[in-house]
Design a protein around this ligand. Structure first.
Ligand SMILES: [Zn+2]
Length: 430
């Protein structure tokens, strides 16, 4: 046994030596070729571009160098090959675009930087410089300088979009920026790029500093998520007239789930404008609503009238509620209803998501009576109606159980506020 092992080792060492020798010969040959190609005659390609700069390529990929030249045209393209079909396709599209330019321009140089982050993301930045002609075998006047940077998620197998990385709240400051994209990532954060007056600008967001705004799923990236993100039951709408029932001030341990279940026979959905404080008391109810595909929206943390508060205190009500909801569900709040309906344009602009009021008020908090609630809703119902109720009362649950079959019979479908807005062509992003 022992001798065999020794023999094997010897053979291995021998092989390594042979290989090392071969490598040396090859490297010398390659070096000579490269030298002859670029410097042997008067150089068409700047020395810096003859070889790829290996110091900027850190993702463990294969580096491909494609070099071509003749009397009035030259290109040197260095690009990565990752053995990932979709990622390589994206790179190749860029390479093809750069190659095409050589037919029209004098010189095209392309190089890139790469980095692998947390073994899941690859940040790539491709850079192409185009010169209009070659004179005296030297490229003259740069005409184009294109940079194409992106971050690829190897696990999800696609290019990362800002909304894959950052929660709704974190993207609000960027909502008027053109061509927003993820331009870079390293271990400390991501960089968002956007175009302003034709120039690409960048802004870095640090993982640790903005912990509550990140939604990337990787154990190395801090997150406030406390539960598995919820995959909601899907819901499709059709051509029938729509009603959006909305329920404020919950969740409630008894009535919220009962009201939600009243929509089940009609495959209907509703919107629950919840208080952050109550989400903390009834996290299972909030999660149940999201699982069922109902919309959970924000109605502040504990129901103060925003018109009485400083900007700082009402924004705290907003972000606190959004963070609680995110930590419970992995979902974002997309719309808001101010407590008591009290608001003004400044408050609305600061909160940054659409404010949703109502056009039918059930007055259920006042009557606490099933028939009275029905009578406040039924005569006024119309396509596109937004009905205000509260999921705190047994009488409201009874009224909803009684009214849904009647409205379904009349041909209505029950939808969320987001679904109604989508049908009406309102964007909840602007
Ligand atoms: Zn309220």
């Amino acid at each position: 046994m022992n001798t065999k092992v020794v023999k094997k080792r010897k053979r291995f060492r021998l092989k390594t030596q042979v290989l090392a020798g071969l490598c040396c010969v090859l490297m010398v040959a390659a070096g000579t070729c490269a030298y002859m190609l670029f410097f042997g005659e008067k150089s068409l390609i700047d020395e810096a571009y003859a070889n790829a700069d290996t110091k900027t390529k850190l993702a463990g990929e294969e580096i491909v160098s494609d070099v071509y030249k003749n009397e009035d045209c030259v290109y040197a393209l260095h690009y990565p090959k990752f053995q990932n079909e979709l990622l390589d396709q994206k790179i190749n599209a860029f390479v093809e675009k750069s190659k095409k330019m050589k037919d029209e321009q004098g010189a095209v140089y392309m190089d890139y930087d790469s980095e692998k982050v947390f073994d899941q993301y690859v940040a790539v930045s491709m850079k192409t410089r185009v010169y209009d002609q070659v004179e005296n075998k030297k490229p003259v006047q740069e005409v184009t300088n294109i940079q194409d940077a992106f971050v690829y998620d190897l696990k999800a197998n696609r290019v990362l979009e800002p909304k894959d990385c950052i929660r709704n709240r974190g993207l609000i400051p960027f909502k008027n920026k053109e061509n927003l994209f993820v331009s870079d990532m390293d271990k400390s954060g991501i960089t968002l790029g956007y175009t302003e007056n034709g120039i690409i600008k960048e802004e870095k967001m640090n993982f640790e500093e903005k912990k509550n705004l990140f939604k990337l799923q990787n154990k190395n990236i801090p997150s406030i998520l406390e539960y598995e993100p919820i995959v909601s039951k899907t819901h499709t709408v059709d051509d029938r007239p729509m009603i959006a029932f909305t329920f404020d001030d919950g969740p409630n341990g008894e009535t919220t789930k009962r009201i939600a279940d009243a929509f089940l026979p009609y495959d209907g959905r509703a919107t629950f404008f919840e208080l952050g404080s109550r989400m903390q008391w009834f996290p299972d109810v909030t999660r149940y609503l999201v699982e069922q595909g109902h919309q959970v929206a924000s109605h502040s943390y504990d129901h103060p009238y925003f018109t009485d508060l400083s900007v700082e205190s009402y924004m705290n009500q907003v972000t606190q509620t959004e963070d609680i909801f995110y930590s419970l569900t992995g979902h974002d709040i997309t719309v808001f209803r101010p407590p008591g309906g009290f608001s003004n344009p400044e408050i609305e602009a600061n909160v940054g998501v659409p404010f949703i009021m109502w056009d039918i008020d059930s007055l259920d908090w006042q009557s606490r009576n099933k028939d009275a609630v029905i009578n406040e809703i039924l005569p006024y119902i119309h396509d596109g109606a937004i009905v205000l109720c509260h999921d705190l009362y047994d009488s409201t649950a009874q009224a909803i159980e009684a009214i849904l079959p009647i409205l379904a019979e009349q041909g209505y479908q029950f939808v969320t506020v987001d679904e109604l807005m989508a049908r009406n062509g309102d964007s909840n992003e602007g």
